[in-house]
Design a protein around this ligand. Structure first.
Ligand code: FES
Length: 151
């Protein structure tokens, strides 16, 4: 089993693990990056989302080998030089959290949308968040934060 080299938040890491290991496990257990959350482990909830090649992906369903040499950005990597990403700021300004467990996925989804479609419409924002689950029902505040970030 050859070590796998991954690039996370701009840093290269050599990981000695089964190449089929879910990227989420590597991020949390090996790299101590706990922004991505384990929700369902089935690609259904979005809590584990990260950016890969600028797109939101569900890291519980991405094998380590798929992430090799592709730029991965986690919630921690969105902030830069001690300054929060504008999507993170918008979520704070709108108090868009209750338990907060889903917020990683919500923020990553909106950060990806901001890169791909910075002038996204309300319908496009809703579509981008459609497969991200929030059990607390904080959807009104989450949508307000997304509108603030993209406005
Ligand atoms: Fe990955 Fe739910 S934990 S989608």
């Amino acid at each position: 089993m050859a070590p796998v080299e991954i690039q996370v938040n701009g840093a290269l890491h050599t990981v000695d693990a089964d190449p089929t290991t879910p990227l989420l496990y590597i991020l949390r257990n090996d790299l101590a990056l706990n922004g991505p959350k384990y929700g369902c482990g089935l690609g259904e909830c979005g809590a584990c989302a990260v950016l890969m090649d600028g797109r939101a992906v569900r890291s519980c369903r991405v094998p380590l080998q798929t992430a090799a040499k592709r730029p991965v950005i986690t919630l921690e990597g969105l902030a830069s030089g001690g300054t929060l990403h504008f999507v993170q700021k918008a979520f704070i300004e709108e108090a868009a959290a209750q338990c907060g467990y889903c917020l990683n996925g919500m923020i990553i989804a909106i950060a990806a949308l901001a890169m791909q479609n910075p002038g996204a419409s309300e319908a496009e924002i809703r579509e981008a968040l459609r497969h991200n689950l929030c059990r607390c029902g904080t959807h009104i505040e989450i949508l307000a934060a997304a509108r603030r970030a993209l406005g």
